[in-house]
Design a binder for this molecule. Structure first.
Ligand SMILES: NC(=O)c1ccc[n+]([C@@H]2O[C@H](COP(=O)([O-])OP(=O)(O)OC[C@H]3O[C@@H](n4cnc5c(N)ncnc54)[C@H](O)[C@@H]3O)[C@@H](O)[C@H]2O)c1
Length: 334
């Protein structure tokens, strides 16, 4: 039986609880949120106590692991509390929006050897793992993809796109908060970047009818050069209202991988061989949670696809690109 505490009781708590609540070897021992009503509601639903303070949740419920399901700006305190108590933690992506703080936490994770995981769930997909295997031997020449969506509408936290999402100081913007999935996937499948450059379309260039607080870029295009020699373009926009979606295409010399939609369905084309198709798993959060909690139960960090310090590297790449958008100069990472 693995005892699990939940920190942050919003949209992603629902996404993870869908699977966690059905796992027979998982016990939900406590819920924490700064908004007491939200923690209380989850506690009532799952028959567990609720808290508004992370340390109290850990002290009173003795979890074997905690899930940190907080918006980018709210990270730090929960990770430090878990580290101090030696409690393995899973955190949703991105690891935060403050790189110095995330690097401090990563250093402490490495020093203590605490088991951690970051919610880049696409790394658990069979299609993604197949592509990683293929491109290990066939270095990517060109890759391109990203997330394109419509003008953010709607209201507060928990309504899908919460009010924090459109506030750059809170979410970090669309690249940090959302397209970080594609950046992480590119790192996982193609390898590390050597140099990045970004063009950004400033807030309200196209999105004019938006909330007063809206301060994120309307669009951005990141170009990178891989250490292995190839190049990639990764894009974001939240100002295209006639459709866009999620995609990533990777071309090696001998293979092409097309990932489509949120599920990242794969069509793999190989020179001189039949195409392979691997559908994306719809229940990917449950699959990711299964692996993380098995790693906790078996004390086997090898089962975790993205340990915390690796999640920090994805943030580092994006923030380097954003620095380039501000200065107009490319940034070297190697
Ligand atoms: N993996 C994915 O595909 C995916 C999808 C959506 C969101 N996310 C990520 O998950 C994270 C959470 O997103 P969400 O949609 O659940 O947001 P949300 O706004 O719905 O929920 C966040 C909750 O955290 C609470 N909170 C804020 N600060 C807190 C603190 N210091 N201590 C305790 N509780 C606090 C809020 O009151 C809220 O209930 C974000 O980083 C987001 O990028 C990941």
């Amino acid at each position: 039986m693995v005892r699990v505490g939940i920190i942050g009781c919003g949209g992603m708590a629902d996404a993870h609880l869908g699977g966690l609540a059905k796992m027979e070897d998982v016990r939900l021992v406590g819920f924490c949120d700064v908004v007491e009503r939200k923690a209380e509601e989850k506690g009532r639903q799952h028959g567990a106590p609720h808290f508004t303070d992370v340390r109290r949740l850990i002290d009173r419920t003795h979890p074997d692991a905690v899930y940190i399901l907080l918006p980018p700006f709210a990270h730090g305190e929960a990770e430090r509390a878990a580290l101090e108590a030696g409690v393995p933690f899973f955190t949703e992506k991105p690891v935060g929006n403050d790189l110095a703080r995330c690097r401090e936490i990563a250093a402490e994770v490495e020093r203590t050897g605490l088991l951690t995981g970051v919610g880049y769930m696409n790394r658990y997909r069979a299609g993604v793992r197949r592509a990683r295997e293929v491109f290990a031997d066939d270095p990517p020449v060109v890759a391109y993809g990203g997330w394109l969506g419509g003008t953010p509408r709607g209201g507060g936290s928990g309504d899908g796109i919460g009010s924090w999402w459109v506030v750059r100081a809170k979410s970090g913007g669309q690249f940090v908060e959302q397209v970080s999935h594609t950046v992480d996937l590119v790192r996982y499948v193609c390898g590390e970047a050597a140099e990045v450059f970004m063009h950004a379309v400033p807030p309200r260039t196209f999105n004019r009818e938006v909330a007063e607080a809206y301060t994120i870029d309307d669009a951005a295009m990141l170009s990178l050069r891989f250490r292995r020699g190839g190049v990639a373009d990764i894009w974001s926009s939240c100002a295209v209202n006639a459709g866009g979606g999620v995609s990533l295409t990777v071309h090696g010399s001998r293979h092409t991988a097309h990932f489509t939609a949120w599920e990242h369905h794969l069509r793999l084309v190989a020179q001189g061989a039949p195409d392979e198709t691997i559908p994306g798993e719809p229940d990917i959060f449950a699959l990711e949670d299964r692996e993380f909690l098995a790693a906790v139960a078996d004390r086997d960090p090898g089962r975790v696809a993205t340990p915390y310090p690796d999640g920090v590297k994805t943030l580092e790449l994006i923030l380097a690109a954003e620095e380039s958008a501000r200065t107009g100069r490319s940034v070297r990472l190697d």
